[in-house]
Design a protein around this ligand. Structure first.
Ligand code: UDP
Length: 381
């Protein structure tokens, strides 16, 4: 692959599973120009190693001693190490995505050395100050040179905060192309369902990992109790367990609540998408799943008190706080049956046309070479 940008001139800084998923299409577009830096925020095989391979990403430079530390320590250590990397080998631009501690550290490191900064998935707002991610987003947006808003709603959030329209472009969300590229084909999906002993449209797929749902034993107990009550022989509930949630279940001695759900290890991306594509219902507190459900055409119950992704709500997804509302809403959506699923399959995703990464790569090129006409720069296919 080749690009008009110099080899390894664009540092793509990331640290968690959703960043790998959503930045992979951008890295592919940048081709040899991309230089991947992983902060190690979630660094193990289940959450990162296998994703690098599955998503076809190059080997990253890996920072040291970040995982498992507090938010401030993660940001501080990442920033110091990124600064050393950027001092030794200055990138022409830095790309970050989303709202993690890695995102904020990457943004601050670019800012400290006056390197052009591109924020992918800019302008999301939950307006919930209890979420560290909300602070990360606001801070990163305030110092980014190029703001890639996934939707017009995200752009409107930025304009409402006084961001100059010249800094914002509505690109769509790269999750659309990630899903299209990694969703296994129909035959592979049939094999996948058979391996798990599942009937299409007759199972629930759930994920839970956010601190607000896992860090207090009472809330985690409520969520797991609701999932357990929903599981039947005809409609099993699958729960690929995030390492954070597994650790909390063990520490809080909540294992007995998992007896009636099918607990799985965290799944690879293609496998997760393949199962999600045929789930009668998704239940999740994940940000990425709120977007993916709109591409897969599957209903979702979002177990959270607020969302920064209102675009998916109503048709595809419903927001519900941890409590009996989970089961109530789940049964309501499940009762819509095949008719409900057919209706969703006809609706377009609010997250764009699957060309976001192409637009973002062009914006990166124009940030590196503001004088050149970026639209004419050839990019890797
Ligand atoms: N995902 C996965 N395997 C799993 C569970 C989730 O590949 O077992 C994917 C999911 O499709 C989505 C991403 O991981 O793309 C979401 O990551 P996570 O929920 O950790 O973070 P969030 O999206 O909430 O920031």
């Amino acid at each position: 692959m080749h690009t008009a940008l110099p080899t390894r001139s664009v540092a793509v800084v990331l640290g968690t599973r959703p960043e790998l998923v959503k930045l992979a299409p951008v890295v592919h577009r940048l081709g040899d120009a991309a230089r991947l830096v992983h902060t190690g925020q979630h660094w193990d095989d289940a959450m990162s190693g296998r994703f690098l391979q599955e998503l076809g990403l190059p080997r990253p430079e890996l920072l040291d001693s970040i995982g498992g530390t507090s938010r401030a320590v993660q940001i501080g250590r990442s920033l110091e190490q990124l600064d050393a990397l950027f001092a030794a080998d200055r990138p022409a631009a830095v790309v970050v995505q989303g709202d993690t501690n890695a995102t904020l550290a990457g943004a601050l490191a670019a800012n400290a050395r006056a390197i052009p900064l591109v924020h992918v998935e800019a302008g999301l707002r939950s307006h919930d100050p209890a979420m560290p991610e909300e602070h990360n987003r606001v801070l990163v947006d305030s110092i980014s040179d190029v703001l890639c808003a996934a939707t017009p709603e995200n752009r409107a959030n930025l304009l409402a905060e006084g961001v100059s329209p010249a800094r914002i472009t509505v690109t769509g969300n790269t999750v659309v192309e990630a899903v299209r590229r990694h969703l296994p084909g129909p035959d592979e999906r049939t094999g996948l369902l058979a391996r798990h002993g599942l009937v299409p449209d007759r199972f629930v797929l759930a994920t839970v990992h956010r601190p607000e749902n896992t860090d207090g034993p009472a809330t985690l107990r409520t969520v797991l109790t609701e999932l357990a009550a929903l599981a039947t022989d005809e409609v099993p509930v699958l729960l690929p367990l995030h390492p954070r949630t597994r650790a909390r279940v063990e520490a809080d001695r909540l294992d007995h609540l998992l007896a009636s759900v099918r607990v799985l290890e965290p799944l690879g991306y293609g496998e997760f998408l393949g199962l999600a594509r045929h789930a009668a219902l998704l239940i999740s507190d994940s940000g990425g799943v709120q977007e993916e459900c709109t591409v897969l055409g599957r209903p979702l119950i979002v177990v959270r008190r607020s969302t920064e992704r209102p675009e998916a709500m109503a048709d595809f997804a419903h927001l519900v706080a941890p409590g009996p509302g989970i089961g109530r809403l789940a049964r309501h959506r499940l009762a819509e049956g095949d008719h409900g699923l057919r209706r969703l399959a006809r609706l377009p995703s609010p997250y764009g046309d699957g060309r976001a990464a192409e637009r973002i790569a062009r914006l990166v090129a124009s940030a590196v070479r503001p004088a050149a006409d970026a639209r004419t720069l050839p990019l890797a296919a």
